[in-house]
Design a protein around this ligand. Structure first.
Ligand code: MG
Length: 158
């Protein structure tokens, strides 16, 4: 049995925060605002994993009212999410994701991001796709007010 899940997230860009995408620190003069490390890509992947297993959403599992998730490493949250779906008998088949950001140029970082997600998920890098695009200067991402991410994840029940 296979199950597909979809995830979406958006975080505002602010000064004085590091930019972390897919567990990789990206040099940039601004970062994403949020209770955790605000890793918008990893959050979208977490929601896609949970969605495929019909196990709710990231806010239910990791509420931003919980002090222990303040500045939390989202890769750790992804690991905890994978433990949940593994316990339900699922394994990840592949991940495909988009990151929408006007700046910085993300293409030089994509292979590092894919490698980090590959290590975390325990899946070969050929099963992890991360694509970056701008928003053509329009909307909150295009104006540099925010970054967003979308992900789909396929799970297989062993
Ligand atoms: Mg988020």
């Amino acid at each position: 049995m296979t199950r597909v899940g979809i995830g979406y997230d958006l975080h505002r860009l602010v000064t004085g925060r590091p930019l972390v995408l897919g567990g990789v620190r990206i040099p940039f003069e601004r970062g994403l605002a949020g209770h955790s490390d605000a890793d918008v890509l990893t959050h979208a992947v977490i929601d896609a994993v949970l969605g495929a297993a019909a196990l709710g959403n990231i806010g239910q599992h990791f509420p931003d009212t919980e002090p222990r998730y303040e500045n939390a490493d989202s890769i750790t949250l992804l690991r905890e999410t994978l433990d949940l779906v593994k316990a339900a008998g699922f394994a990840v088949v592949n991940v495909d994701a988009n990151v929408v950001a006007e700046r910085p140029r993300l293409s030089p970082h994509l292979d590092r991001i894919r490698a980090r997600l590959s290590d975390t998920i325990g899946l070969g890098i050929e099963g992890i796709s991360v694509k970056a695009k701008t928003n053509e200067g329009v909307g909150p991402e295009g104006r540099g007010e925010a970054m967003s991410a979308q992900a789909v994840v396929l799970l297989e029940k062993k």
